[in-house]
Design a protein around this ligand. Sequence first.
Ligand code: HEC
Ligand code: HEC
Ligand code: HEC
Ligand code: HEC
Ligand code: HEC
Length: 378
Amino acid sequence: MARRMGWWGLGVLILLGAVAARAAETPHLNSTGFTSSQVCGTCHQDIFAMWKGSKHARAFENPIFAAAYRDLQREGGDARRLCLRCHAPIAGITGDLEAQQAITREGVTCDFCHSVAGVAIRDTDSPFVVEVGGPKRGPKVGASSAAHAIQPSILHKSSRLCGGCHEFRNPEGLTTISTFSEWRASSYPAELRACQDCHFLPVNGRSTIQTGNPVGSKIPDHRLQRSQEQLRDAVKLDVPQVTREAGRAVVRVAIRNTGSGHAVPTGHPSRRLLLKVEARSAGSGSLLGEATRTYQKQLLDGGGRVLVRDADLMRARNVSDNRIAPHEVRTETFMFSIPSGEAVRVRAEVEYLYRSHILASHEWRVLVSRQETTVPGN
Ligand code: HEC
Ligand code: HEC
Ligand code: HEC
Ligand code: HEC
Ligand code: HEC
């Protein structure tokens, strides 16, 4: 068995398996390198279709990433080494750092994830141990296929597989993406709820065209697109508590992270949660006061200035972070001047806002929760 060091340093260990013997029974698969998702998709059609529409399939070609990557390249940083490790992970193993080959541009592709044999989370430069051209690893025990060898792998049910990419420390030593450590610090590991239990949920489909279509057969959802419905279940707002004091309404609003496995929002700092509270006269509807709170992680430079470009991820030295941790209940207090004797209606709502710093047009908002209450006049 030949062992070679990966391009990006000590951690990536490429194990070239004893593949020659299997070559005859795996005609379509590359036994000395990675196989394109197109080939996997000839048998695993349903999973291919789901993955194809996912952010993993677009991790390299997505224009928001591409723009940040170009900016960094222009500014002379070694963006290839820094960025491709997660956005086109096979590049560093095959040495195709210019992304000339179509398979490199497949981003987080099937054969990368299903060839991972181990993850050393602490090795932030190259956490993955990958067996190139070897058996395909997955969680099922007892699965077999004439097309390729299969290695049962509990790693594929574990958050560690995801943590190799969903945790990022920049060259300044600052952790800018901390989804994995947010999850690890929560009660979810003890509840045995891994990333996959929320993001790779079973949906109707067939594992392969060979396995036929038994009624009710389920496959793990590779789309990663449940976040909008998940969000509405994950973030809850209580009915505002309002008390009247001399000439003022004191409003208390509790916002709860009930269903997210990490902080809300998590991931790249282009996401924020917005809590808006307004008080209106119950009679005339006229606005008496309004206020907002924003929950987000912001990246700061050495002088404490907020960095807003995606490419600045690498330069950040500090963060300011007031996001809501898993299971946390955050209570906020607001005060509004109100005319005495008048009934007041108070409304609170939470919105999730995603905005790319590069493509201003790329923005989406989701109304997550809304609550209203009326206090009588005194
Ligand atoms: C980000 C890593 C990742 C990528 C990319 C990925 N998978 Fe998976 N795949 C997983 C994980 C994790 C599971 C196990 C999920 C579970 O059971 O909880 C899985 C499960 C599977 C299974 C088992 C299905 C079953 O019936 O249980 C197959 C087959 C599979 N993937 C094929 C593919 C193919 C084909 C592609 C590309 C079109 C692909 N995967 C892309 C991570 C990945
Ligand atoms: C010629 C058809 C064919 C091709 C091509 C193919 N597979 Fe498979 N694969 C199968 C069959 C059949 C099974 C067994 C399915 C079962 O028992 O549910 C399987 C099982 C798997 C499993 C095991 C699932 C588990 O949970 O343990 C994984 C992972 C997998 N394939 C990944 C891949 C990847 C990645 C590729 C492309 C590099 C690929 N396959 C290409 C036919 C194929
Ligand atoms: C090889 C690196 C890599 C691995 C392994 C990986 N991811 Fe990802 N993941 C990414 C990248 C890069 C993106 C962002 C792609 C983009 O938007 O350009 C992403 C995007 C996502 C998103 C969507 C984020 C969004 O903006 O909507 C989810 C959810 C996700 N991954 C979950 C998982 C889970 C769960 C696992 C483990 C089973 C996993 N990932 C494994 C690199 C990886
Ligand atoms: C208990 C369920 C649960 C678990 C466990 C969980 N997540 Fe999430 N995840 C969510 C919900 C709900 C959201 C949307 C709200 C938010 O941003 O926190 C989300 C959002 C995300 C996003 C942001 C992109 C998006 O689609 O909005 C990424 C990336 C992500 N999760 C990755 C992971 C990874 C990696 C793990 C494991 C380390 C993990 N998640 C564990 C429920 C979960
Ligand atoms: C350790 C893995 C990792 C590395 C290294 C990495 N990223 Fe990412 N990147 C991610 C993940 C995971 C996501 C998306 C999910 C999230 O928000 O957490 C992401 C998202 C992004 C996004 C947002 C994409 C969108 O659709 O909103 C941009 C832009 C980006 N990365 C640029 C870069 C650049 C430029 C580099 C190199 C300097 C880089 N990344 C290096 C893991 C990584």
